[in-house]
Design a protein around this ligand. Structure first.
Ligand SMILES: NC(=O)c1ccc[n+]([C@@H]2O[C@H](COP(=O)([O-])OP(=O)(O)OC[C@H]3O[C@@H](n4cnc5c(N)ncnc54)[C@H](O)[C@@H]3O)[C@@H](O)[C@H]2O)c1
Ligand SMILES: [Fe+2]
Length: 374
């Protein structure tokens, strides 16, 4: 694609970002409904970021039965609670897991389907109806607060993958970096590398476009300059603010061009081997840069210049250092994946996102890549 090609940019989600902005939640919620429901995950419900949000909306009922990599069953259960309480606005607090579960349930409850499984794996379209959803991210990672996607797992069918549609855009993203100060080092690195993957993949996707490019470069620049600091000094407000801003920018940067090989490969790594999403993305990120950079020419040079690095090797070295800092697996052996699984892992990585990759990836290329990662 060149800048002369046809493209459309949109982001229907209002974004409010800054330390303390969670205090605006009461006015934002009341603008969208009178009977809110708070949604969070099983761990976060006991932690300070959730208490801080709950203080803003006292007496509001809570659904906290979301697990990491949310399941179709949790979406269905949340939709049932939304129906039973006749709630008219959803406030999702948490990382991608809580936000995605809530986004999917806010759509399910407004349509006629008995289960989100129909949309996830049975080919039924999502439809356009949805309850308004306010997203309050507490990780600096997925960008789900500004994307039209929800990634769900179906434990019965053993599949993990996204559902997509404009009905999944939150009406408002309230991004308060102070909510991320309690993130432990490992989750800081895992989620930060997911955001970096979004910036890189949104930029190199075959569907890249100029506005998203700008956001991708700025997101990657902020992450390269701040992720290590945020991981080493959890209370560093400047680094945390930069990371929250970067994650939202990266979400806005990939939501239209969509991701590519790194995310395609992440799905079997998460579904079969239970790697956290960011860990699964980070697993192939350096290899993907080595594979794609040579065909990107001037666009890769501009990206590297924009993020303040001299070469693709500097970028892969920084990613490797971050993975070691967070204790992430760098090899199949570290991840507990037998090398005998390489052929099936390569086969299962051919999610449609693979077609966005700037360089055509064959099954043989993938086998070679996973052998290098052994
Ligand atoms: N919708 C999208 O556009 C999109 C994009 C990328 C990834 N995803 C999906 O998002 C999910 C991953 O989300 P995630 O990486 O944000 O992790 P997560 O939501 O699963 O959270 C990880 C852990 O961090 C804890 N946590 C969250 N905030 C915390 C805080 N401030 N302090 C302490 N602990 C905190 C949670 O309780 C949880 O145990 C995956 O299912 C992934 O596929 C969605
Ligand atoms: Fe991701």
């Amino acid at each position: 694609m060149s800048v002369a090609d046809l493209w459309t940019f949109k982001l229907p989600t209002a974004v409010t970002l800054g330390n303390g902005c969670v205090r605006q939640l009461p006015q934002i919620a009341v603008a969208h409904g009178a009977r809110p429901l708070l949604v969070t995950d099983r761990e976060l419900v006991r932690l300070p970021p959730f208490a801080c949000v709950q203080e803003m909306l006292p007496g509001v009922p809570v659904f906290s039965d979301v697990t990491p990599d949310p399941t179709v069953a949790s979406v269905d259960a949340l939709a049932a609670q939304l129906r039973a309480g006749r709630h008219d606005v959803v406030v999702a607090i948490g990382g991608g897991s809580a936000m995605d579960c809530a986004k999917a349930a806010a759509c399910l409850v407004a349509g006629n389907l008995p289960s989100i499984r129909a949309v996830h794996s049975e080919g039924v379209p999502l439809g356009s109806a949805h309850l308004p959803l306010i997203a309050v991210p507490t990780t600096a990672g997925t960008g789900s607060e500004v994307t039209p996607f929800a990634v769900l797992s179906d434990t019965e069918k053993q599949i993990k993958g996204p559902i997509a549609g404009d009905a999944l855009y939150p009406v408002h993203a309230v991004v308060d970096p102070e909510l991320t100060h309690s993130l432990p080092r490992k989750i800081t690195v895992v989620t930060g590398l997911d955001a970096l993957s979004h910036a890189i993949e949104g930029y190199w996707s075959r569907n890249h476009q100029p506005i998203c490019d700008l956001m991708a470069i700025e997101a990657a620049r902020l992450i390269c300059a701040n992720l290590k600091r945020a991981a080493q000094q959890p209370g560093d407000a400047e680094a945390r603010s930069a990371m929250s801003c970067a994650a939202t920018l990266a979400g806005a940067a990939f939501q239209l061009p969509k991701n590519a090989m790194v995310h395609a490969c992440s799905f079997p790594l998460s579904a079969r081997y239970h790697l956290a999403h960011g860990t699964a993305c980070a697993f192939t990120l350096e290899e993907a840069i080595r594979f794609n950079a040579p065909v990107m020419g001037e666009r890769m040079t501009s990206f590297l210049r924009g993020i303040g690095l001299a070469s693709a090797e500097e970028l892969t070295a920084l990613i490797h250092e971050l993975k070691q800092l967070g204790g992430l697996p760098c090899t199949l052996r570290d991840a507990g994946i037998p090398t005998a699984d390489i052929p099936s892992l390569a086969r299962e990585s051919f999610h449609p996102l693979m077609r966005n990759n700037p360089r055509t990836m064959t099954e043989a290329d993938l086998v070679t890549m996973f052998e290098r990662l052994a």
